[in-house]
Design a protein around this ligand. Structure first.
Ligand code: CMP
Length: 139
């Protein structure tokens, strides 16, 4: 499994609040190269499938509703140690616990609306990239 790719989503609120440009600037300045990117929107069933690992959690239905509530930006990012370096750049899942200067500290509005998603392993980066991008789009 390559360790130089990760997958991200700019979530509906961050997109709606026009933070996409600022977030992408932080991503580029941290040394990531955008390998694939698009604006899309999930149907509730698709959001449910993407977050299926959380299906028994109390926040699952709300998360599915939220993630299908509006457009998102999805992207594959390249950098050495992409997964761990990206998780450092975005900060803790709960923005109240995120370090100063991280993407979530700057742009999240709640734990659910935490600005961005980032893969938690090389394996999931690959699975999540496949969820949104065809093989041709990934070249
Ligand atoms: P993300 O990195 O996209 O992965 C799963 C998402 O579930 C997470 O960001 C949050 O948006 C959301 N989440 C995780 N924990 C909670 C929680 N305790 N309450 C509400 N939402 C949560």
């Amino acid at each position: 499994m390559p360790d130089n790719l990760t997958f991200t989503i700019i979530k509906p609120t961050a997109f709606k609040n026009n933070h996409t440009g600022a977030i992408l600037k932080m991503i580029n300045e941290a040394g990531f190269v955008v390998k694939a990117m698009k604006i899309t929107r999930l149907m509730p069933g698709q959001a449910g499938a993407f977050y299926a690992v959380h299906k028994d959690k109390p926040f699952y239905q709300s998360l599915v509703n939220y993630m299908s509530s509006g457009p998102i930006v999805v992207a594959i990012l390249e950098k050495d140690n992409a997964v761990s370096d990206y998780r450092k750049l975005i900060g803790a899942t709960d923005p109240t616990k995120a370090d100063e200067g991280t993407i979530r500290k700057l742009f999240a509005t709640s734990l659910e609306k935490n600005a961005v998603h980032g893969s938690d392993s090389d394996e999931n980066a690959n699975i999540e990239s496949d969820f949104f991008f065809s093989k041709l789009e990934r070249i």
